[in-house]
Design a protein around this ligand. Structure first.
Ligand SMILES: Cc1cc2nc3c(=O)[nH]c(=O)nc-3n(C[C@H](O)[C@H](O)[C@H](O)COP(=O)(O)OP(=O)(O)OC[C@H]3O[C@@H](n4cnc5c(N)ncnc54)[C@H](O)[C@@H]3O)c2cc1C
Length: 475
């Protein structure tokens, strides 16, 4: 971060503060987290390829006046809308309200690389049972997503013909080969690709092998969210856009305020992922990390095959400063990451970029060109930045908190949230129904959210760590 951007964010923090009050169970005021008022006014518009190729429908009216509800969900990304979906299905008699600061899908759910992946960023290989369970859990979520579009008749650009983890080093490739064989011996369809089989899917400079997961895929996340939005509205769920929550009074019944109204409800769901610390929750547990992406002009499949992209929905590489890519339905290559210059942390855990993102996007382009040198002349049509919520362990956390055990949350998916944030709806609905049993033994259930130091140590720590180790806490 430059000195100028540091000054800018410090100045803004001085001028724009709103008290966000949380109450303890005893009615005593808990520590009073503050929330920058400007945090949404300056949220950048979503300039992703997904936003440019979707129809969001007419804007939904913001919250005006005071509402009573049974449940209030903050955030209309995958976590928020999947949770509202399950809740409204299981409890059709309950009043569910979704408050979204901007528009449906304006967060990471509408800005990602689209890779729909298995696994949970964690201990997949612990035992065959654990591996099979996690694989089938994430597979069921993918099936659920596909089934939703069919059941409710909305268009969904979702291909499920495989994603790869590309290996760029012979030693790591050998280890990956063994890992793929172990997973295959557990009965999972994972396999290792090399030689002609690799070339048919991915011919990228420096890639010597790949772990291939044939039923992972690529989704147009905004198709899903706009479809879900329609289903929820038809069910009578209130989805309110342009309604940032600017204060929370937590209690047996919560009161959430927006600029023009309030919602009173006995249960709330934090579906705000990287933005959750700005609501005063899990400040020591979630690091908002910005990832920068580009998308090319559309080319036909034959041309991409010549350039090195074959039958593949998406891939990420094996480097600490992970690069990732996917192919859109229109033949645009989405590409992001590839080095610390492609990931930004802004002082004070800001959730919007400070200063120009041009250098980061230029850097991303250079990594794209490194993998696909023949694509140097391919035009870029889109570039954007999105915010990941990263935890110290890289494991996401889903659970319930608060003195009255009525604050539900699912956060911290790192770069793995498309499947997991959609799974979160099922988990949170079970927790709300007082039925946590199916989830208790899973590593994300109430996973601890702590260990990230306060500022200025956080900013210094992040920059010292990335500069000294060359690693990025992205994965
Ligand atoms: C560049 C990028 C690439 C990625 N690529 C992949 C990938 O290929 N595969 C994968 O699995 N994952 C990927 N991810 C991660 C994945 O997109 C996220 O983990 C997932 O979308 C998180 O969903 P969510 O609903 O929890 O959060 P979000 O989508 O961020 O939604 C949170 C919502 O809350 C709203 N909000 C915040 N504060 C408030 C407030 N105070 N009041 C009201 N509303 C509020 C925001 O506006 C936002 O709409 C990527 C992420 C990024 C940024």
């Amino acid at each position: 971060m430059s000195a100028a951007s540091f000054e800018e964010s410090a100045a803004e923090r001085k001028t724009a503060r709103v008290r966000c009050v949380r109450w303890t169970g005893t009615g005593e005021r808990a520590k009073l987290p503050t929330m920058p008022r400007a945090v949404f006014a300056d949220v950048d518009e979503n300039s992703s390829v997904w936003a440019a190729t979707s129809n969001p429908g007419p804007p939904l009216a913001p919250l005006r006046g005071d509402l009573q509800a049974d449940l209030v969900v903050i955030g209309a990304g995958f976590t928020g809308l999947s949770t509202a979906y399950h809740l409204s299905e299981r409890f059709p008699e309950k009043k569910v309200v979704v408050l979204e600061a901007k528009r449906v899908g304006n967060g990471a759910s509408g800005r990602n690389a689209g890779m729909v992946l298995h696994w949970i960023n964690g201990p997949e290989l612990e035992s065959p049972e654990r591996a099979r369970r996690l694989y089938s859990l994430t597979s069921e979520t993918m099936d659920w997503i596909q089934g939703l579009a069919v059941a409710h008749g909305f268009p969904l650009r979702f291909r499920r013909d495989g994603c790869a983890e590309a290996l760029t080093d012979m030693r790591r490739a050998e280890a990956a080969h063994k890992e793929a064989e172990t997973l295959a011996s557990f009965g999972l369809p994972i396999r290792f690709l090399s030689g002609a089989a690799l070339d048919a899917r991915l011919r990228a400079t420096g890639v010597v092998g790949a772990i291939f997961d044939p039923t992972a895929g690529r989704i147009h996340g905004l198709d899903l969210l706009h479809g879900l939005r329609g289903v929820l509205l038809a069910r009578g769920v209130s989805v309110l856009e342009d309604s940032p929550v600017i204060a929370i009074e937590e209690g047996a019944s919560h009161r959430l305020s927006t600029p023009e109204g309030s919602v009173q409800a006995p249960a709330m769901v934090l579906a705000t992922n990287a933005h959750t610390p700005s609501l005063g929750y899990f400040r020591g547990g979630i690091l908002p990390l910005h990832s920068h992406c580009v998308a090319t002009e559309p080319l036909d499949a034959e041309r991409w095959r010549e350039l090195g992209w074959g039958e593949l929905a998406g891939f990420s590489d094996d480097l600490d400063r992970i690069a990732y890519a996917s192919m859109t339905a229109e033949g645009r290559l989405v590409f992001g990451g590839g080095g610390n210059a492609a990931y930004s942390y802004y002082y004070g855990s800001r959730t919007t970029p400070v200063g120009s993102t041009e250098p980061a996007h230029r850097f991303v382009r250079s990594i794209l060109d490194k993998y696909f040198p023949g694509a140097r002349d391919v035009r870029l049509d889109h570039q954007w930045t999105g915010t990941l919520g990263v935890t110290m362990s890289r494991m996401c956390s889903m659970g319930v908190t608060g003195a009255h055990r009525n604050v539900y949350y699912a956060v911290g998916y790192s770069g793995h949230g498309i499947t997991l944030a959609n799974l979160a709806g099922r988990v949170l609905c079970d927790l709300y129904s007082d039925h946590p049993e199916p989830w208790r033994d899973l590593p994300f259930y109430q996973a601890p959210l702590r260990g990230i130091p306060p500022e200025p140590l956080r900013w210094m720590g992040y920059h010292a760590f990335t500069a000294l180790t060359g690693k990025s806490p992205r994965r």
